[in-house]
Design a protein around this ligand. Structure first.
Ligand code: SF4
Length: 324
């Protein structure tokens, strides 16, 4: 594996303007991404996990510059793309694609599958004639496990799993190198999830793709990720290899996320932590460690005052916790 990341964000912040705080008091600031540095290596899947509202989808879009960062840098294949204009970004757009949680909402209901896939090909000048277009669309459908004759149908004629296959085909149409898969299986029946995850794995092997695989459930990314980053309130709170995260989670939030589902390892029960309450509002984040109001082992006077930095615990394993 090459030492240079295919995609990297560095000290990245993204704030949105929140609701008004009252007459003459301006607007609140909603910090969705709070100083994240993260990279995705060529050919790997980096799992990005956290509850809804933790900023993971915003971070995924920042990687692709579908959102503009408030500050920080974004790199693709070693090139700083943070300030490239839309026309300068064009050659990179082709190499960076996104798969959405709900492909139905991203597919035009009045467009046939052929039209939807051909649109992506045409935008990037990748077809030379109508017959070339038809051949390419047929090949894309076969690659994702659909049949060429499906190209004449409309999105509503497909099941959820088939629609996600169309979403994947559309992302693949322009021969990307890096794909942000934003909760690609969360909206699907449990029975279909493994099929889509396996399809993404097979495509990765076949085409040498790199994925940022976003999920709210750590178990979804367990078998596909080489490394995992856990996010809480806009920050990365633990980052490690999959083996380290699943066998020896060090941040109480990661341990609580893993506790949320049955674990076959009996030793894991000794470390079980139950997550209570909701994620605090990013409009009014807690002082000190952002996790302290929910943390079962928080230390008064320390955790409610000092923000823990992400620090190296052992090779490849980092956590942002005073007590890790
Ligand atoms: Fe819990 Fe304190 Fe660690 Fe935060 S720093 S996760 S509050 S123990």
């Amino acid at each position: 594996m090459s030492a240079q990341p295919i995609a990297r964000v560095e000290a990245l912040y993204k704030s949105f303007r929140g609701p008004s705080r009252g007459i003459g008091r301006g607007r609140a600031e909603l910090r969705a991404v709070d100083g994240v540095t993260l990279d995705v290596m060529p050919g790997e899947t980096l799992g990005l996990v956290g509850e809804s509202g933790c900023g993971k989808s915003t971070l995924g879009r920042l990687f692709l510059r579908l959102h503009e960062p408030t500050s920080g840098r974004i790199y693709f294949e070693g090139r700083d793309i943070t300030e490239l204009s839309q026309s300068q970004l064009r050659p990179y757009r082709r190499k960076m694609q996104i798969i959405f949680q709900d492909p139905y909402s991203s597919l035009n209901p009045r467009m046939t599958v052929r039209a939807a896939l051909a649109e992506a090909l045409r935008v990037h000048g990748m077809v030379s004639s109508a017959s070339d277009e038809q051949e390419r669309v047929a090949a894309l459908l076969e690659r994702v496990g659909l049949r060429p004759e499906h190209m004449r149908r409309y999105p509503h004629e497909f099941s959820g799993g088939q629609r996600q296959r169309i979403g994947i085909a559309r992302a693949l149409a322009v021969s990307p190198r890096f794909i942000v898969a934003d909760e690609p299986v969360s909206a699907l029946d449990v029975s279909i999830r493994a099929q889509i995850v396996n399809l993404l794995s097979d495509l990765q092997e076949e085409l040498g793709l790199s994925y940022l695989f976003i999920a709210h459930d750590l178990h979804v990314v367990e078998h596909v990720s080489r490394r995992v980053a856990v996010m809480y309130l806009g920050r990365v709170v633990e980052r490690a290899t999959s083996q380290q995260i699943y066998e020896d989670p060090r941040h109480p939030y990661t341990r609580a996320l893993l506790s949320a589902a049955p674990v076959p390892d009996p030793d894991a029960h000794k470390r079980r932590l139950i997550l209570e309450g909701d994620v605090p509002s990013p409009l009014n984040p807690p002082r000190g460690c952002p996790f302290h109001p929910r943390c079962p082992i928080a230390e008064k006077g320390l955790c409610d005052r000092e923000v823990p930095a992400l620090r190296v615990l052992e090779s490849g394993h980092e956590a942002a916790c005073h007590l890790a």
